[in-house]
Design a protein around this ligand. Sequence first.
Ligand code: PNS
Length: 159
Amino acid sequence: MRHTAIYPGSFDPVTNGHLDVIARATRLFDRVIVAVAHNDLKKPLFSSEERMSLLRHATREMPGVEVTSFGGLLVDFARQNNTTVVVRGLRAISDFEFEFQMALMNRKLHSDLETCFLTPKEELTYLSSRIIKEIARLGGQIDTFVPPQVAHALRAKFA
Ligand code: PNS
């Protein structure tokens, strides 16, 4: 059975690791909704509009990918989109505790919701948006970790 899946995240900004997870998800699901979370408590470097625009550009050739944003609970967003599958990337054991807690809590809030963990290519497992922002801020080379548009946008933020 093939369905719609939601891939939620902060994507501040999208990295090659996220893109690898999205590409894997498109092979499993007909439609992948990449959903940029609004979180009033976090201070993102890129606005939701900027994050969506970078994601749309980076996924423009991937079949069945839609990019949008959401506020509020992920379970409510899943219900609004009539889907019961959430995709998350799992890079290392260090991700596991938080991801496990989130998956179980989401299932408490919405008993039909399943979280599908996908692991990116091993050479991308050390990537994170946080580390890439730090490297960019300190003037390091980021071109192999993010798509060209994102590298350009990061350089512009820290110029
Ligand atoms: O990329 P991130 O920051 O690891 O993504 C975390 C995200 C956005 C998936 C998570 O914080 C989330 O689902 N937020 C929406 C609010 C919500 O439903 N919170 C309860 C999760 S158990």
